[in-house]
Ligand binder design. Structure first.
Ligand SMILES: [Mg+2]
Length: 123
């Protein structure tokens, strides 16, 4: 096995090769909600799941090591947040993978220009 193959094998063992676009398509198979209220439903769901993450983290602060597998709890909620993000991307008729790429490009640009900190959407 050459170095490139070893790196590929390592990366595949450490990181999922799930593509966001593929996730978005598969997530859609489990989307059951009133389509005439899609934006409201998905936005409320996203905020609710983000709140569940906050609540898990709050419990870690309060209860510390007494919690049973807090990282797994947070991990599960991150998955729920991703589902709502994927469905919002679908509502936009856009591609989650492309949105992720655009977001990284925006952040890299801000970093290069020294404006990663601060505020304002268009900096
Ligand atoms: Mg949840």
């Amino acid at each position: 096995m050459n170095l490139e193959q070893e790196v590929k094998k390592f990366m595949e063992s450490k990181y999922s090769m799930m593509k966001a676009s593929n996730y978005q398509l598969q997530a859609k198979e489990t989307a059951i909600f009133p389509k005439d209220k899609a934006l409201e439903y998905l936005t409320l769901g996203l905020v609710g799941e983000a709140g569940e993450i906050a609540n898990k983290v709050k419990k870690v602060i309060r209860d510390g090591n007494r919690l049973n597998n807090p990282k797994q709890n947070v991990r599960d909620e991150i998955g729920d947040v991703l589902w709502y993000c994927a469905m919002l991307c679908d509502w936009l008729e856009d591609d989650m993978g492309k949105i992720m790429e655009d977001n990284l490009a925006k952040l890299r640009s801000r970093k290069e220009r020294g404006v990663l900190g601060g505020s304002g959407d268009n900096r």
